[in-house]
Structure formats: structure tokens, C-alpha cells
Design a protein around this ligand. Structure first.
Ligand SMILES: Nc1ncnc2c1ncn2[C@@H]1O[C@H](COP(=O)(O)OP(=O)(O)OP(=O)(O)O)[C@@H](O)[C@H]1O
Ligand SMILES: [Mg+2]
Length: 589
């Protein structure tokens, strides 16, 4: 109700003249006036309209005013309606009390004084209006309180939901960090073990190779040695996978055209997977090149294909595809925003359950049973792509096959290099220079193995078991043509030794040996060998450094003098045994 809205006033009297008189007097108030000539009529009007004030004649023939007031009060709607009695006769105090008890709020004596009547009715009309306004305001207030309460409840619910979301995100992030730390420490442990094993394998392989040349021509003995070499080579493959998982393998990234690389593998894959597995390839037209070590990528794709074969014991289909994939911030976990090539291997095999999907990348996790899988396949692939700036993703469900995606960064703007079939090119034959080589390694077995290989190649090796001793020998020994140094040594590292040599003997070639890729010294452009290396690799590297053709690798070359005097490298006959000088460093120091 508005502040100025008229209220309804009910005038009750059995005499129409009096009703008219009241009407005239009250019309000035500007309120709505309705009239009733009897108690019954008054009740009817009351029920029809929203009456603010009633003016009732006390003496009416059918029902007196007091009785009518009492009836009205009984009705819950009218308990607070203002009733003013008009009484023509002198009312006693007792009558007044009876009237008040019946619900009267005021009396107007007859003869009615118009101003008095108007004043009394105005007060109650105004009271009614104010009460209604208050009620409206109250209702509005309650509505707004209810609205705010609902808003607050909603905000509270939102807040709780966000707190829950944040808690879940935090828990997931913590779990991820925990997982990363676990993988990181496993990586360090694995990398460390692999590194130590590489040293041992280096010694085993090197010595076996030399030994093979010296044993009598007995097939049984050769078979035994070959078996031992094969075992050591399998060990080397395992350590390579361990280093790959530990993201510490030495990578030689090139710009790779993925379709060409895959196409060159298909025949090999067909024979590895057997006739039961159909191989399909699908590549985007104009697929950009990617930058990765092609040999390692081949190995990774082969690993995935072998997993697919194992997952399809009754045969199936393996689809190798590649497409260009732009990645936005946060699109693929572990990937920066940018352009990628996504290589996928999809099989129609048994798929993986949720636990296997979660754990498949863990090193040494396998479901293939003892002796059937090392559990290093996927972790090696994951290590390779991560080390190459990409990421791996597994999409699999039990019974619906598996897709493994490798995301590798696009290499632009160079054009892809041709990737030919793997395998060494034939060695050029003929000349060999005999050199004096300083071998630096803190592990005497490894140093001795390298020295034996060198001497077998016709070179002359001297050993130092630390970089510090190597420095002394470089100043005291004349005619050293090469230094082959291990990197990870206590005290001065191989890279530091190489830096010193580069400063003081800039023309002396240094070969850095390591099992790790992150060896500093790249800025020096040092030739590198990864442990365990074979005699053939060593021969090739040395030949490339002195710019002569390496010897034919036929199990022990006889050196032939080919250099004239003053050329800096001396020819010497291949020693039958390691000469005493080869132990020079160790004996002298
Ligand atoms: N394509 C696939 N389909 C179903 N399960 C797979 C697939 N690839 C991997 N897995 C599951 O993930 C596990 C780990 O795979 P991973 O290649 O790392 O090791 P592995 O294959 O068991 O051993 P290894 O690679 O040394 O032979 C597997 O044992 C297998 O349970
Ligand atoms: Mg595998």
C-alpha cells in the first residue's frame, strides 16, 4: 500500500439519514466510504472489502453494536480492525468497558461533532495505512533477506565447491610431483647403475674382442667367446634403455621426415610382428619434419610395435599414423604451447586396465611375467620423447585396443634430411697410422681395456688414472698424439681437462668418453664416445681425427708405416703384447 492510497471505511447504521450524515462528514478525508444498514450487511461488506475502520451504531434493531463487534472480533481476519462506536444514548462506564471488551477502540457521542469524528477516523485510517505500509516493508525486507540468504548460500556452496576443486587439484598436483620425484630418483638410480654397468661392460667387451683375436683357431673356443660377447652386448642394450629412461642417453637429433622413416621400417616391422599383424600407415599430407634422434625414434617405434604384437596374440591391426598438431597452453600435459608432430601407434589388442595405464610408463613395470619383459620399453620411449622436447600419451581401455601417441616438436624451417636404412657404411681400407694415445680414466679396468684396444689397433697407449696425472704426463711425455679421457672423474673432470688442453695445446685432439648426454664441453666441439664403445668405433673415430682412412676391421690390423717424418704421428708395428710403457702412468705414479 502506498503512503497516499485511500483506505476503506465501513459505516454501519440502521438509519439511512445518519449514514448519509457520516458520509458527508467523512468525505473530506478522501478515503473510500462504504455503508451497511444492518449487522448482516456489515458482515457481508467486511468479507468483500479490506476494511480499515468501522463506524458502528451501538443501537441497531436486529443486533446491537456490541454484539456485532464481538462477532467481528471472532473472525481472525478482523481481530485488529479498528471499531468506533457511535452511541446516541448516554453510555455508562460499564457500557464503555463492555464496548472495549467487545473490541471497540473509541467512542463518538451523539450529537456527533464532525471535526471530532473526522479526527478520530483519520487517526485510525492513518494507523491502518501505516501498519499496512510497515507490513509491506516488512515483507519486502523479508524477501530481500531471503534473497540475500539464498545468494549467500549459493556463494557458500560455490566457495565450498571451489575449495574442494582446489583441494583435489592440489592433491593431484602433489601426487604428480610425488610421481615425478619417484621417477626422478628412479632415473638417477637407474642412470647411476647403468653408468657403472657401462664401465664394466666396456671392460668385458673390450677384453673379449681382443681375446677373440688371440685364441687358437678352435670353433668351440670362438663359440664361447662369441656367446660371452653377445651376452655383454645384450647387457649394453639394457643399459642403453636404462639411460634412455633416465633421460641421460646420448642423443644425436636430426631433422626427421617421419613418413619416410616409418616407411623404411615397415618391412622390418612386418617380419618382427609376424603375418598375423596387419600394418597400416596414415600420414598427413605436408607433414612437417620433427627434430629427434632417428635411430632412437626407430627403436622407440619398434618397441611400441612389439608391445602391440604382444597385445594381439591372435593377430590384429597396427596403424602407425602421424599428423601435425598445434598445442595450446595446458592442452597436453607436459607440453609447451607450440607446433608438434603427433606420431601414433594404434593396435586392436587387449588394451590396458586403468592401473596398467597409470603404471605402464614406470620403469620395470611389466605384466609380461618373469623373463618375458623388462618393463623398460615404454619408459625408454617416454625418456626419449621427453629428452627431445616432447611428450608421450597412452590412450587405452580393456578390450578396446591401445593408442600410444608421441608428440615431438616441429622442426622448421629446414627440410627433412633423408633417413636411409640404418647400419654402418663399409670401412675404407688401407692405411693406418700408429699414434701415441694418452688414456685417462679413474677406473683401471676401463683404462686397461681401452689401452688394449688401442694397442691391438697398432697404437701405443699410456694411461693416467686422473686428470691431474694426465696434466703432469702431458708436460713430461713427448709425442702424445691424442688424449682419450673419461668425463666423470673425481677432482678434475674430463671436460675440464679438455678445456685445459684446448688452451695450452690447441692442436692436440681430445676425445671425451661418457655415458651421459649432459656432459659439458659441447662448446669445445669435442669428439665423443659413449660407453660401452667397441674397438671398431674407436678405430673410426681416431682415423677421422688424424684424417686418414681407418684400417680394415678384420680382427687386428697390422700397421704399416705411411707417414713421412715430421708429420706428427709415428708408424709402429702392432705389438704382440701390451708393452711395459703402456702401464707407464700407473707404474710411475
Ligand atoms: N599396446 C599395448 N597393449 C596393451 N598393453 C600394453 C601395450 N603396451 C604396453 N602395455 C602394458 O604396459 C606394460 C609396460 O610396457 P613396456 O613396454 O614398458 O614393458 P614390457 O613390454 O612389459 O617389457 P619390454 O618392453 O622390456 O619387453 C606392458 O607389460 C603391458 O602390460
Ligand atoms: Mg615393451
Amino acid at each position: 500500500m502506498g503512503a497516499e492510497e485511500p483506505v476503506t471505511i465501513l459505516l454501519v447504521d440502521d438509519q439511512p439519514a445518519k449514514l448519509l450524515a457520516y458520509e458527508v462528514i467523512l468525505s473530506e478525508l478522501g478515503e473510500t466510504l462504504i455503508k451497511a444498514g444492518s449487522a448482516n450487511e456489515a458482515l457481508e461488506q467486511l468479507l468483500k472489502s479490506d476494511v480499515a475502520v468501522m463506524l458502528i451504531d451501538v443501537c441497531m434493531p436486529d443486533l446491537d453494536g456490541f454484539e456485532l463487534a464481538a462477532m467481528i472480533r471472532e473472525h481472525p481476519r478482523f481481530q485488529k480492525t479498528a471499531i468506533i462506536f457511535v452511541s446516541a444514548i448516554q453510555v455508562t462506564d460499564l457500557d464503555l468497558l463492555r464496548g472495549y471488551a467487545a473490541g471497540a477502540v473509541d467512542y463518538v457521542p451523539v450529537p456527533v461533532v464532525p471535526d471530532l469524528l473526522r479526527a478520530k477516523v483519520r487517526v485510525f485510517a492513518e494507523l491502518y495505512r501505516k501498519t499496512r505500509q510497515l507490513e509491506t516493508l516488512n515483507a519486502e525486507l523479508e524477501r530481500r533477506v531471503a534473497e540475500r540468504t539464498a545468494e549467500l548460500a549459493q556463494t557458500n556452496a560455490d566457495l565450498e565447491r571451489r575449495v574442494e576443486e582446489r583441494t583435489r587439484e592440489r592433491e593431484a598436483a602433489l601426487a604428480q610431483v610425488h610421481e615425478m620425484q619417484k621417477v626422478e630418483s628412479l632415473g638417477q638410480l637407474t642412470g647411476g647403475v647403468a653408468h657403472d654397468f657401462n664401465n664394466l661392460l666396456m671392460a668385458v667387451l673390450g677384453n673379449l674382442e681382443i681375446l677373440r683375436k688371440f685364441i687358437p683357431d678352435n670353433p668351440r673356443l670362438h663359440g664361447l667367446i662369441d656367446g660371452a660377447i653377445q651376452g655383454a652386448e645384450r647387457g649394453a642394450t639394457l643399459t642403453r634403455r636404462m639411460l634412455a629412461f633416465a633421460r641421460r642417453q646420448e642423443l644425436r637429433p636430426e631433422t626427421v621426415d617421419v613418413p619416410k622413416l616409418v616407411d623404411s621400417m615397415v618391412e622390418m616391422l612386418r617380419s618382427s610382428l609376424g603375418p598375423g599383424v596387419q600394418i597400416l600407415t596414415q600420414f598427413d599430407a605436408n607433414l612437417p619434419a620433427t627434430r629427434v634422434d632417428p635411430n632412437q625414434l626407430e627403436l622407440a617405434l619398434l618397441n611400441l610395435a612389439l608391445n602391440a604384437r604382444d597385445a594381439m596374440p591372435r593377430g590384429g591391426m597396427l596403424t602407425i599414423s602421424a599428423h601435425r598438431a598445434p598445442v595450446g597452453v595446458g592442452d597436453v600435459p607436459g607440453l609447451k604451447a607450440g607446433e608438434y608432430v603427433c606420431i601414433a601407434e594404434r593396435d586392436t589388442g587387449i588394451g590396458m586396465d586403468e592401473t596398467t595405464v597409470k603404471r605402464a610408463m614406470e620403469p620395470f613395470f611389466t605384466t609380461k611375467g618373469p623373463g618375458r619383459g623388462t618393463g623398460l620399453g615404454l619408459s625408454m620411449v617416454d625418456g626419449l620423447v621427453a629428452q627431445s622436447g616432447g611428450a608421450m600419451r597412452i590412450i587405452s581401455k580393456l578390450g578396446t585396443g591401445t593408442t600410444i601417441e608421441l608428440w615431438l616438436p616441429v622442426s622448421e624451417p629446414e627440410k627433412a634430411e633423408e633417413v636411409g636404412p640404418a647400419g654402418p657404411s663399409p670401412l675404407p681400407i688401407d692405411k693406418l697410422r700408429a699414434c701415441r694415445v694418452l688414456v685417462v680414466d679413474d677406473d683401471p679396468i676401463v683404462a686397461a681395456g681401452t689401452a688394449a684396444m688401442l694397442e691391438d689397433l697398432g697404437h701405443h697407449a699410456i694411461e693416467a688414472d686422473s686428470a691431474e696425472i694426465a696434466l703432469q704426463m702431458l708436460s713430461s711425455e713427448a709425442g702424445i698424439d691424442f688424449v682419450i679421457t673419461d668425463h666423470a672423474m673425481p677432482g678434475m673432470t674430463g671436460a675440464e681437462l679438455a678445456q685445459w688442453i684446448r688452451r695450452h695445446r690447441p692442436h692436440l685432439p681430445v676425445v671425451l668418453v661418457s655415458g651421459y648426454p649432459e656432459v659439458p664441453g659441447d662448446e669445445l666441439g669435442l669428439p665423443r664416445l659413449s660407453k660401452p664403445y667397441r674397438q671398431e668405433e674407436l678405430a673410426r673415430l681416431l682415423a677421422s681425427l688424424v684424417d686418414v682412412e681407418p684400417p680394415p676391421f678384420s680382427g687386428g690390423a697390422i700397421s704399416t708405416p705411411s707417414n713421412g717424418p715430421g708429420e706428427g704421428v709415428r708408424a709402429m708395428p702392432r705389438p704382440k703384447r701390451r708393452p711395459r710403457e703402456a702401464r707407464f702412468a700407473r707404474v710411475r705414479l
